[in-house]
Design a protein around this ligand. Structure first.
Ligand code: ADP
Ligand code: MG
Length: 529
């Protein structure tokens, strides 16, 4: 592809014809990519498009099968991430690489020649200075485990800056941030570019990309399909380039039409004073009260790790309740087994679909009847009824637009989005009265997200109650009637989605607004609502 940049500044790094394969998968196919000093270059594409792979080649984690990397115009081979780092290229991965018991300064020193024997006081001073300059404030003496995810991300960036990185690659950094933290990070990236750093920003949030980028490269299925600038494009065009077709979500407004509260049915789920222990035996939920009516979607917002998982597991019977009660349709269901709850009409779309929902080594038909194979119509007495199973699996595949060679394909060969559509379809097949959906579109591509959202809207229209747990505010705003914010195991505020103020939700998610104030906030739901 022809270079579209200004031409005046030399490329900091250039990737030419990069091909990287993983077994039979061609993750990137002869991709060209140029990074200039002083610019933010956004890299977008659906899940699996090859973004992380391409950038991992740039950062020395992967050696390409074909293609060249040029540094200041000179062909160069990086033997490792440390090698790339020594030449000024650093990457913040989706999973941070910090050592939790160590302090911020110690994490920065780790891996440096001399390591922890170096003068920590000097490093602390340097970090404070860098933090001040680029809006990356964090206490250099704090242990990493005490920091929020947003702060840990700042440590990762500071570490790269401290090592002298001139090219910074950030892989989906905003996926874990509140709206305010995201705004802060975007300002930081602009500040870095202004100081001559080259920044690569990966995101699937197109508004962010349009706000921060100088240039945008779009990957689809391992190939570059376009390179453009924010001035020349818009969300809809970018989405079309990413997916390869027009998406309904960008044609119609995605928001569900929130209905006046009084038109909902009777309370279907009632949670009273719920206390649940977390994996570390610290309380994960510390007194949660929620009510959810038939035909209503209640969104649970919050930064990861504030009790979302434990809430979902308690409601679906996967985790014991320490105190409080859960009522479904007026019946006490606290402590019931997952199977008993499923028979009461509770569907569960779990956070980790391969750990609790699906079995990758089984075929689609077996996965389709995983929870019901021992009952009619799939079994008669001790005998399976293959025709019934096949018919059901075919219907799930068709209705949920699962892209697969057929029902005999192994589940593990499908993409995450197609696995999720099958799981969702299976869970919804019995017309459940309560749906607990946890991050239903996380790690799922744009097209599959569209299908999943459509199916969830159908359930709401049918009168099902949905508890929708998501870290994606756009998703909650598009699907929920009300949004409750979970922070440190408590609901710190509840708002009507159609009147919600993103700024305010962000403050609630960050724990910067308490319960008392929520009552006066925009769109706030009167207590007990
Ligand atoms: P993106 O970051 O755009 O979501 P990735 O670069 O992670 O995409 O993945 C591109 C393709 O390569 C996908 O099909 C993915 O499954 C595959 N892939 C990525 N990393 C590995 C790996 N370590 N082993 C095998 N396949 C991989
Ligand atoms: Mg990725």
């Amino acid at each position: 592809m022809e270079e579209t940049g200004g031409g005046a500044s030399p490329a900091a790094v250039e990737l030419r014809g990069i091909t990287k394969r993983f077994g039979p998968v061609v993750a990137t196919d002869s991709v060209d990519f140029v990074v200039h000093p002083g610019e933010v270059h956004a890299l977008v594409g659906e899940n699996g498009a090859g973004k992380s792979t391409l950038m991992s080649v740039l950062a020395g984690l992967y050696r390409p099968d074909a293609g060249l990397l040029l540094l200041g115009g000179v062909p160069t081979v990086f033997r490792s991430p440390a090698d790339a780092m020594a030449r000024g290229i650093g990457m913040v991965y989706q999973h941070f690489m910090l050592v939790e018991p160590f302090t911020v300064a110690e994490n920065v020193l780790l891996g440096l020649p001399g390591g922890l024997r170096l003068e920590t006081a000097a490093v602390e001073g340097e970090l404070a200075e860098l933090g001040e300059r680029y809006g990356l404030a964090v206490n250099p003496r704090a242990a990493v485990w005490t920091l929020s995810v947003g702060e840990q991300q700042r440590v990762e960036i500071l570490r790269l800056l401290h090592r002298g990185a001139r090219v910074l690659v950030l892989d989906e950094p905003t996926a874990v941030l509140t709206p305010q933290e995201t705004a802060g990070l975007l300002r930081t990236l602009r500040g870095l570019a202004a100081d001559g750093f080259a920044v690569v920003f990966i995101s699937h949030k197109l508004d962010e990309v349009l706000a921060v980028a100088d240039r945008i490269t779009i990957l689809r299925r391992g190939r570059t399909v376009a390179a453009t600038t924010p001035a020349e494009t818009d969300r809809r065009t970018l989405a079309r380039l990413m997916v390869g077709r027009e998406l309904a979500a960008f044609v119609e407004r995605p928001a569900a039409e929130p209905r006046p509260e009084h038109t909902f049915g009777a309370p279907l789920l009632e949670i009273r004073g719920l206390h649940v222990a977390g994996d570390n035996r610290l309380p994960a939920l510390a007194g949660v009260d929620l009510r959810l009516r038939a035909g209503e979607t209640l969104g649970i917002a919050g930064v990861a790790g504030n009790g979302q998982r434990e809430l979902a597991e308690a409601v679906t019977g996967l985790r014991p309740v320490a105190a409080g009660s859960i009522l479904i349709d007026g019946e006490e269901t606290t402590g019931l087994e997952p199977g008993a709850l499923a028979r009461l009409g509770v569907a569960h779309v779990p956070e980790d679909r391969l750990a609790t929902g699906l079995v990758p080594g089984l075929d689609l038909a077996d996965n389709a009847v995983l929870r019901a194979y021992d009952r009619p119509p799939f079994s008669q007495g001790p005998f399976l009824v293959p025709g019934a199973i096949a018919g059901f699996a075919d219907r799930l595949i068709a209705e949920n637009e699962v892209r697969a060679p057929g029902r005999t394909a192994k589940l593990g060969t499908l993409s995450g989005g197609n696995q999720q559509k099958l799981l969702l379809g299976r869970e919804l097949a019995g017309e459940p009265s309560l749906i607990v959906a946890v991050h239903p579109t996380r790690g799922v591509d744009v097209a599959a997200t569209e299908t999943i959202h459509r199916r969830l809207r159908e359930q709401r229209a049918r009168g099902a109650a949905t508890l929708l747990i998501s870290e994606d505010l756009d998703e909650l705003l598009a699907l929920a009637d009300r949004i409750a914010v979970l922070f440190e195991g408590k609901i710190v505020g509840t708002v009507f989605a159609n009147k919600a103020d993103i700024e305010h939700l962000g403050l609630l998610m960050a724990g910067l607004r308490g319960r008392t104030e929520a009552g006066r906030a925009p769109g706030a739901v009167p207590s007990g609502g």
